[in-house]
Design a protein around this ligand. Structure first.
Ligand SMILES: Nc1ncnc2c1ncn2[C@@H]1O[C@H](COP(=O)(O)OP(=O)(O)OP(=O)(O)O)[C@@H](O)[C@H]1O
Ligand SMILES: [Mg+2]
Length: 371
């Protein structure tokens, strides 16, 4: 199912001709997207690096406004330009660079290999066609099947994403569904193309617990079948239920990354520790806007950080240092630099073991419930 990032053994026999199986499905380096408004220029995505392995679930977490959606939209090229402008970075998908693909090339990749379910479902659904028509179009792009098969498969997709009475609802128009249902309809359409990578932006936010459990099960089935999942969520219980690895975003950049069990047991960056503890992104964002903007250089969190020292300023983001000497768990915090005492950062924060970090099905984080 999941391959560790350390599984980088290579087979030189096919290296020249085709992508190696151990190569990540998605590799993103130094991604940068600005948003220019009349009042200001926001560095919405500011030097983001990460990768997603085949069959892996990577969860992107962080407070409201930290740049999660713009990161995803930059990846698939659907970020609205203007006001946004993609100013740098490389994106490799299955060994091929796609950051400089033309719009039609990107559309072809989006329709077949990468599916993106937006946080705002209205933008994905066409109001003048029924849900069934839109599902049929997605299925027929991919495969040559009869009308009866298209209908059977469409109903099945709607049922899999938890739409009740799917056989009759299939003939309804998007506006006849609630916001949460519209997003699940968009998910069903996205899955019709049997993607290699699904990017899902807050798919479990506007749903009740039963539907949430169904979606978690569906995502597990899909990743067990080899699909990769980049999941944006505020819900740490969903992270605990699904993630192999976690990326923590703050102020347009990633401040910590690592295996899910490490992030829960040993959150390292002061922001991650705060996130695990308070888990209240929206109100903190309101506080922050009242106080001013995030620093453009050095550690973006330093104005908020109870441990900040002079070294947290300076050029660029602090390097990513291993936490407890583990290469797979890294944080961009000067206290983890060699020779520093990371205990200064860790000490005053309370334990993170609480209900909001417990998996939805009650199992231990890190996928022990998954096999
Ligand atoms: N159309 C836009 N015009 C101006 N600023 C925007 C626009 N879209 C996003 N932004 C800004 O870009 C930054 C990143 O926004 P983004 O939507 O990626 O945040 P997010 O992490 O997805 O937040 P949330 O958890 O609320 O969905 C924020 O400062 C936001 O205000
Ligand atoms: Mg968002």
């Amino acid at each position: 199912m999941t391959m560790s990032t350390d599984d980088t053994a290579t087979d030189s026999s096919n290296a020249a001709t085709e992508p190696m199986e151990t190569e990540p499905l998605l590799r993103v380096q130094n991604l940068r997207t600005m948003i220019r408004t009349e009042r200001e220029t926001i560095r919405a995505v500011d030097g983001v690096d990460f990768q997603v392995e085949r069959g892996e679930t990577v969860c992107l977490v962080g407070e409201s406004g930290s740049g999660k959606s713009i990161t995803c939209e930059t990846l698939t090229g659907i970020v609205p330009q203007p006001p946004a402008e993609i100013v740098g970075g490389t994106i490799e998908f299955d060994g091929e660079p796609i950051h400089d693909a033309t719009e039609s090339e990107r559309r072809a990749i989006r329709g077949s290999r990468i599916a993106h379910v937006f946080q705002n479902p209205q933008s994905a659904l066409d109001p003048v066609y029924t849900v069934g028509d839109q599902l049929a179009e997605a299925i027929e792009i991919h495969e040559d099947v009869t009308d009866t098969e298209v209908r059977t498969r469409s109903v099945d997709l709607l049922q899999r994403v938890g739409i009740p009475n799917a056989p009759s609802r299939i003939d309804d128009y998007p506006h006849e569904f609630s916001g949460g249902m519209q997003q699940r309809v968009a998910l069903a359409i996205a899955l019709a193309c049997d993607p290699d990578l699904l990017i899902a932006d807050e798919p479990t936010t506007a749903v009740d617990v039963t539907v949430q459990a169904r979606l978690i099960e569906l995502f597990r089935e899909l990743t067990d079948g080899g699909m990769s999942l980049l999941l944006v969520t505020h819900d740490l219980r969903v992270v605990a239920s699904l993630a192999d690895r976690v990326l923590v975003m703050f102020g347009g950049t990633i401040v910590e990354r690592g295996p899910v069990e490490r992030l829960f047991d040993r959150p390292a960056h002061p922001y991650t520790r705060e996130l695990m503890d308070s888990h209240d992104g929206v109100s903190r964002r309101d506080e922050r806007s009242a106080r001013g903007s995030i620093p453009a250089d050095g550690c973006r969190f330093r104005e908020e950080c109870p441990h900040a020292i002079d070294d947290c300023g300076g050029d660029g983001q602090p390097d990513f240092y291993p936490v407890d000497g583990r290469d797979e768990h890294r944080t961009s915090c000067v206290f983890y630099a060699p020779g520093r005492d990371a205990g200064t950062v860790v000490e005053p924060v309370e334990s993170t073991t609480s209900d909001h970090t417990r998996p939805v099905d009650g199992a231990a984080p890190g996928g022990e419930s998954r096999d």
